[in-house]
Design a protein around this ligand. Sequence first.
Ligand code: ATP
Ligand code: DNN
Ligand code: MG
Length: 208
Amino acid sequence: MSERIFITGIGTGVGKTVTAACVTEALQADYWKPVQTGLTEGTDTEVVRSLLTNKQSVCHPEAYCLQEPASPHLAARMEDVTINVKQVLEMAHKIQPAGRPLVIEGAGGLMVPLTEQAFMIDLVQDLEAKVIIVAQNYLGGINHALLTARVLKQSGIPVLGWIFCGNTHSNEAEIIGWSGYPLVGRIPYTPLVDKAFVKEQAEKLSLR
Ligand SMILES: Nc1ncnc2c1ncn2[C@@H]1O[C@H](COP(=O)(O)OP(=O)(O)OP(=O)(O)O)[C@@H](O)[C@H]1O
Ligand SMILES: C[C@H](N)[C@H](N)CCCCCC(=O)O
Ligand SMILES: [Mg+2]
């Protein structure tokens, strides 16, 4: 099986999609967001597709698209949809490009319920993916970052390291030091997230 890289975050809105675009561009990988919640502002898949320069990468359709901007299990409950994890895994197998990595973006953080029985972290385990954790600097972020790191460590999931999105801050050294996971990269704040920015950031990531 080709490599699967799961992009998680210390929470929602921390820059997972922008980071996923940079990682996808850097590896000329394919991109997949299995479960999208919240559709009014467009989907993460559309955003990533619009940010890639290389011609190889394919952005695959979601397994589930749910209207409500909420945790997948709640959005599914509201729309009377059953998220079938087995189907998600079968789809991952079907779309995985031969010889190329698949970058997979979660919804929210790792302890977000995906179904009434399973969390996002359970999907990471089932997918046998390696994880990149996206962190952002805000008051309370050290706690969110280290909780994420601890749950990954306790689950024995392989972690490639941290990508910090937004302005640099001394919290980064704390998060790296306490977690023991390395720095994969920094994606600085920009007034305009566009293809040129993503390409430039992709070249700076330490992914190998
Ligand atoms: N480096 C950056 N510079 C400027 N804006 C950014 C940067 N990174 C992310 N953003 C913006 O911040 C917002 C949240 O980022 P993003 O959509 O990547 O978060 P997310 O973690 O993927 O959220 P979700 O949990 O909804 O998937 C977006 O409007 C995005 O364009
Ligand atoms: C709608 C949002 N942008 C994300 N797609 C889903 C975030 C779920 C977060 C749930 C939670 O941690 O409370
Ligand atoms: Mg996103």
